[in-house]
Design a protein. Structure first.
Length: 135
């Protein structure tokens, strides 16, 4: 079973496919420009630097076989509407591409009353452990 799913990117009226076994390579190209934690942070803020996003998408498109420059991707993103909307849509798409479906399912699953990792389950001592008095 593949860890990733097929990624379809559209550019210039054509669809470019990245098969599941090549998605990690595409992610490596993207992470030369922007990392997954940065993309996640932009998602939480609701904004991102469009030039960096255009470079990341340009890298993914070229990896998929498109003949496109980063400046063309940037212009295309701005032509699709206002910059804020393009940034949010781009961040969402990058997150979906960069995270394996299994990881997204784990994050979406409610965790209930589980203790956070490293949490102490025992009670604290109320007196010092060396209660012996010196003679």
């Amino acid at each position: 079973m593949a860890v990733f799913q097929e990624v379809k990117l559209g550019w210039g009226g054509k669809d470019f496919i990245i098969p599941p076994y090549r998605v990690l390579g595409a992610i490596a190209e993207i992470e030369q420009i922007i990392t997954l934690p940065e993309v996640a942070a932009y998602s939480q803020r609701g904004t991102a630097p469009l030039a960096k996003l255009a470079q990341a998408f340009g890298a993914a498109l070229r990896y998929a076989g498109a003949k496109v420059g980063d400046d063309e991707v940037y212009a295309g993103m701005l032509g699709a509407g206002d910059g804020q909307t393009a940034a949010v849509a781009s961040v969402t798409t990058l997150l979906q591409m960069m995270m394996p479906p299994g990881a997204m399912m784990e994050k979406a699953t409610p965790q209930g009353n589980r203790q956070p990792a490293g949490a102490r389950l025992s009670r604290r001592a109320t007196r010092p452990s060396s209660s012996k008095q010196k003679r």
